[in-house]
Design a protein around this ligand. Structure first.
Ligand code: DQA
Length: 148
């Protein structure tokens, strides 16, 4: 069975309350619960992690090596400027799919750039929370038979 780690970055703990016109009204707890159930139907196991702290996310990325087959990650605002998270991903063998709930390309200019994207296998953008399911499917498709 493939083991996947879901990482959500800063402010995503406030999903459902935070700018619902952009991010919708579903909570992170609901997203995590639904995705965990969805993972089971795909014969995968999902663990969920959220942090508002860059260092904690970096630690989680390091600790994923040897533990997980893949990481699905919404780096939130760190997407746009965290070279430290980018370097952490570049320094592990575990593949990462990046997901954003909103379409970062139609929003403020500073959101158009992802410093994370070049070290991921791909990006899912702008499809709402459904993007988490697409990201998980894309990761499992990428892993094929390579899971531990
Ligand atoms: C986000 C987009 C980021 O620009 C923003 O800082 C977030 C959420 C998204 O999922 O649309 O916190 O990653």
């Amino acid at each position: 069975m493939k083991k996947i780690l879901l990482i959500n970055g800063p402010n995503l703990n406030r999903l459902g309350k935070r700018e619902p016109h952009i991010y919708g009204s579903v909570t992170l707890a609901d997203v995590e619960k639904d995705l965990t159930e969805f993972a089971k139907t795909l014969n995968a196991e999902l663990d969920c992690f959220q942090s508002n702290h860059e260092g904690a996310i970096i630690d989680a990325i390091h600790e994923a090596e040897g533990e997980y087959d893949g990481i699905v990650m919404n780096p939130a605002a760190f997407t746009h400027y965290s070279y430290a998270i980018r370097d952490a991903i570049a320094g592990i063998e575990v593949p990462v799919v990046e997901i954003h709930i909103s379409n970062i390309h139609t929003r403020e200019e500073f959101r158009h750039t992802s410093v994370i994207a070049p070290v991921t296998i791909g990006q899912i953008v702008g499809l709402g929370i459904y993007g988490y399911k697409l990201a998980l499917q894309a990761m499992l498709e990428h892993l094929g038979g390579k899971a531990k």
